[in-house]
Ligand binder design. Structure first.
Ligand code: KG4
Ligand code: ZN
Length: 332
């Protein structure tokens, strides 16, 4: 059968990205532009600034990505774009661009759920990964435990009732004066601290459903800092350990509640954290499961995962009409 290539577009948060991916799992080209510098002065993503930046960058980026692969748009088999969930201005920029390209070329449009992009991306990285698998998706915007059973077939076992884990890392880092995005800096500082020094809560630990809550932990970090009793490094180490204890407790519960799975997988920007990876790897080994953490460039927001989700949908005979709506909220 002829190889199929999909153009993927991602613009749901603060990364503008385009990629060309084949069903043979080859990323022919991909480009990504982060907007960290634009949002840094505000300590978080500003939706209006993000949408404007996507609008400026996306079309030339798609052109450059095609040039990188030595392709023209007519050689692409379908156009896939994130249609939600995310910051609606940015999502609309990506989706409307994809609609225009689909209309101009007559190629199928595939409206991809960003979370499905994350959830299926481990299969782009690892051809041996078969459904079903248990996925921990942890980033600045997401914090979910998903049973991934197939294309469009997910069971959301747990989610956060307030902040995402990356958000808690970023807000705690801000309290410690570490800048934005603070996750990597907090992890570095934690290496110099003692995780037993600061008593912090483990929200929802031991509860029945594998849900998360990180707002209380973040507030406890603020109180610890304001007390003046602890070093920043000890606060960082204690925060990270509290977060790990919550993740492992919830994942253990999720594993106990599902049937057989083929692997334990982690994705999202927080998957960059070595201490978190280490703890998950051990949990997987305890359950005799392979542990899969895709390369970081595929874990954080990117367009290759959107192209890949598009390919899986295309192989399943799916595409979307040109009036498909952008959705700020779109649970799996
Ligand atoms: O997936 P991603 O790039 O974008 C979102 O969809 O949010 O994730 C970014 C998040 C940020 O909150 C960042 O602080 C966090 O991932 N992060 C980390 C680390 N590297 C990135 N958190 C903890 N430890 C890290 N090493
Ligand atoms: Zn994401």
């Amino acid at each position: 059968m002829k190889t199929r290539t999909v153009l993927g577009i991602e613009s749901s948060c603060d990364e503008t990205a385009a990629a060309l991916v084949t069903d043979g799992r080859v990323i022919l080209a991909q480009r990504i532009a982060s907007q960290d510098d634009a949002h840094r002065p505000y300590g978080g993503v500003v939706p209006e600034i993000a949408a404007r930046a996507h609008a400026e960058r996306l079309a030339p980026m798609i052109e450059a990505t095609l040039a990188d692969a030595g392709m023209i748009l007519d050689e692409v088999d379908a156009i896939a774009a994130t249609a939600g969930p995310g910051l609606i201005g940015g999502v609309m920029v990506g989706l409307v661009t994809a609609k225009a390209l689909a209309m101009a070329t007559g190629k199928p449009l595939i409206a991809v759920n960003h979370l499905e992009g994350h959830a299926l991306s481990p299969r782009l990285a690892d051809a041996s990964l078969e459904y079903p698998y248990l996925l921990l998706l942890v980033s600045g915007g997401h914090c979910q435990i998903l049973l991934v059973e197939g294309v469009g077939r997910f069971r959301r076992l747990g989610t956060t009732i307030d902040d995402a884990l990356g958000e808690a890392f970023d807000k705690s880092a801000k309290v410690l004066g570490l800048g934005y995005p603070g996750g990597p800096a907090l992890e570095r500082l934690a290496l110099e601290g003692d995780a037993r020094k600061v008593p912090l809560p483990r929200p929802l630990k031991g509860s029945q459903e594998p849900h998360f809550s990180f707002a209380g932990l973040k507030s406890a970090v603020l109180r610890a800092k304001q007390s003046g009793e602890y070093t920043d490094a000890d606060i960082a180490a204690s925060f990270q350990q509290a977060a790990i204890d919550c993740l492992i407790d919830r994942m253990r519960r999720a594993l106990a509640g599902v049937g057989p799975v083929n692997a334990l997988v982690v994705a999202g920007g927080v998957a960059a954290n070595k201490a978190i990876r280490g703890a998950l790897e051990k949990l997987a080994a305890d359950h005799s499961l392979p542990f899969i953490a895709p390369p970081l460039a595929l874990c954080t927001d990117n367009a290759a995962m959107i192209a890949w989700a598009g390919l899986e949908r295309l192989a399943d005979g799916q595409s979307d009409p040109l009036d498909v709506a952008a959705r700020p909220r779109w649970p799996l």
